[in-house]
Ligand binder design. Structure first.
Ligand code: 5GP
Ligand code: MG
Ligand code: MG
Length: 179
């Protein structure tokens, strides 16, 4: 699996340091709140769990599954709700954890969907932000790394369901796509 990687963009250590920086901000901002952390499956699971463990306030964790990519490296544009949250959002301070914001369509969909459910606040934390890919105007409140317009894998990000378990973020060799 490691042989399929052309270049490592962010190592485990760099990711951990960035998560520490984000957690510091989040812990300051949510010190007097009890946020509901919403992890967006499947890609954001590793990052969300890391972040959740670094949070020092009272916090809850829930999962939502939406899909926008269908196996390729291009977004299809339509978002599907695959599995909903368990939590009631009334009065909650929701903190969405994403792996990457590319076109912004997934985030737009989620912020709108969760915002309609009576949350007190809805904020977004993303490990990666790819501003060049943006098709709809939306920004995350907390951003780990601003990344180039390339298809990335690892640390939750997949290609055809694989590579999520790589402990770093990297770029796949072009030969992998042409297989
Ligand atoms: P968006 O709706 O902003 O276009 O992106 C939503 C989802 O597309 C992300 O949560 C992620 O699952 C997937 N995605 C976007 N860019 C990449 C990428 O570079 N690599 C991988 N593996 N998935 C991506
Ligand atoms: Mg995602
Ligand atoms: Mg994917």
């Amino acid at each position: 699996m490691n042989n399929d990687i052309e270049r490592v963009l962010y190592s485990t250590e760099e990711i951990n340091a960035t998560e520490d920086r984000l957690a510091k901000q989040i812990n300051a901002d949510y010190a007097d709140k009890k946020p509901l952390v919403v992890s967006v499956l499947t890609g954001a699971a590793p990052f969300s769990v890391d972040m959740f463990k670094k949070m020092t306030c009272y916090a809850q964790l829930d999962f939502i599954d939406v899909s926008s990519y269908y196996g390729g490296t291009e977004s299809t544009g339509t978002i599907k709700l695959i599995h909903d949250l368990k939590a009631d959002l009334e009065g909650q301070d929701v903190l969405i954890m994403e792996d990457i914001v590319d076109t912004g369509r997934t985030l737009r969909y989620l912020v709108d969907l969760l915002g309609e459910r009576g949350a007190n606040s809805v904020k977004v934390c993303t490990l990666l932000d790819k501003p060049e890919g943006r098709k709809v105007e939306i920004e995350a409140d907390y951003v780990g790394f601003v990344v180039p317009n390339e298809f990335l894998v690892g640390y939750g990000l997949d290609y055809q369901g694989y590579y999520r378990n790589l402990p770093y973020v990297g770029i796949l060799k072009p030969s992998v796509y042409s297989k």
